[in-house]
Ligand binder design. Structure first.
Ligand SMILES: NC(=O)c1ccc[n+]([C@@H]2O[C@H](COP(=O)([O-])OP(=O)(O)OC[C@H]3O[C@@H](n4cnc5c(N)ncnc54)[C@H](OP(=O)(O)O)[C@@H]3O)[C@@H](O)[C@H]2O)c1
Length: 261
């Protein structure tokens, strides 16, 4: 059974991956969609051409990750592609955000992504591809987005290192690092604190992010960065000392009156 797996498939970038993969893959047996919102995934599945299996799982829960492991062990799928999209962010000062939700970010963005990758690897076919949703927040520490940016640095670092380990098996990993994307992500992210106004100027569509990511993955690139401003930001983060960049962001927050310090 040849399959494609997308986590975070009920919304935003994950939903867009499902749609674009459905259009481009004609010789797969099933697309496996993973998220918590079963009804949303059912509605998306009705519009697709390929056969879909909906796995209604909360990846923050160890028990649900064990259920996925059991499904892999019993179904023994040949995984052509794994896309790890499930994730969330929270903006605001670290000491003012609820601890439980911040730990949840680490659980989902880091631990669940690592576990799903680990569980899927034995079932990946030669020339199989893994796409990991990191973020441009991975490039430099980000005040008022501290835990989220740290989780995404983890994803980027983990993906690049793992690529070298699995290259000889013919498995290719791409870490996707977009700037702001027009998805429901910000509904939750801005619940406690606002982002900088500049976000609006740099927003891109999920369609573009996924198109660029699939293209990068096809070309076996380890990192995909959508849009010219984010490519420039990526280059700047390699050249400019991070302390200086943190000072600039601090200044922008003060200028927009979004921070007391
Ligand atoms: N939008 C941006 O600006 C942006 C920029 C850079 C990187 N990213 C990254 O891109 C990825 C997708 O984000 P998005 O923009 O598409 O946001 P989104 O529209 O909010 O989608 C998040 C997805 O994650 C799923 N999810 C959340 N908690 C889950 C859990 N406990 N178990 C299983 N699935 C869960 C959600 O489904 P359910 O609620 O149904 O579970 C949803 O399908 C995230 O990793 C995010 O960090 C986003």
């Amino acid at each position: 059974m040849k399959i494609v797996i997308v986590t975070g498939a009920s919304s935003g970038i994950g939903e867009e991956f499902v749609r674009q993969l459905d259009e481009s893959f004609s010789r797969i047996d099933e697309i496996w969609m993973i998220a918590r919102s079963e009804k949303k995934m059912e509605a998306i599945a009705e519009t697709l051409t390929n056969k879909v299996r909906i796995l209604h799982l909360d990846l923050e829960q160890e028990s649900d990750r064990r259920e996925l492991q059991h499904t892999f062990n019993t179904q023994k799928p040949n995984i052509c592609m794994l896309v790890n999209c499930a994730g969330y962010g929270l903006m605001g000062p670290f000491d003012q955000l609820p601890l439980e939700e911040q730990m949840g970010m680490i659980e989902l963005n880091c631990k669940a992504l690592t576990a799903v990758t680990y569980l899927a690897l034995p079932f990946m076919v030669r020339n199989g591809r893994i796409i990991q949703l990191a973020s441009s927040a991975a490039f430099v520490p980000q005040m008022n987005f501290a835990v989220y940016a740290a989780t995404k640095s983890y994803v980027l670092s983990f993906s690049r290192a793992l690529q070298e380990e699995v290259r000889s098996r013919g498995i290719f990993i791409t870490a996707v690092c977009p700037g702001p994307v027009e998805t429901p992500f910000f509904h939750r992210a801005e619940h406690y604190g606002e982002t900088l106004q500049s976000k609006e100027k740099f927003s891109v569509s999920p369609t573009q992010v996924v198109k660029d990511a699939l293209n990068a993955s096809k070309k076996r690139r380890t990192v995909s960065v959508s849009s010219l401003p984010m490519k420039a930001f990526h280059a700047a983060c390699k050249l400019i000392p991070h302390d200086f960049m943190l000072e600039i962001v601090q200044h922008l927050y003060k200028k927009e009156g979004k921070q007391e310090k």
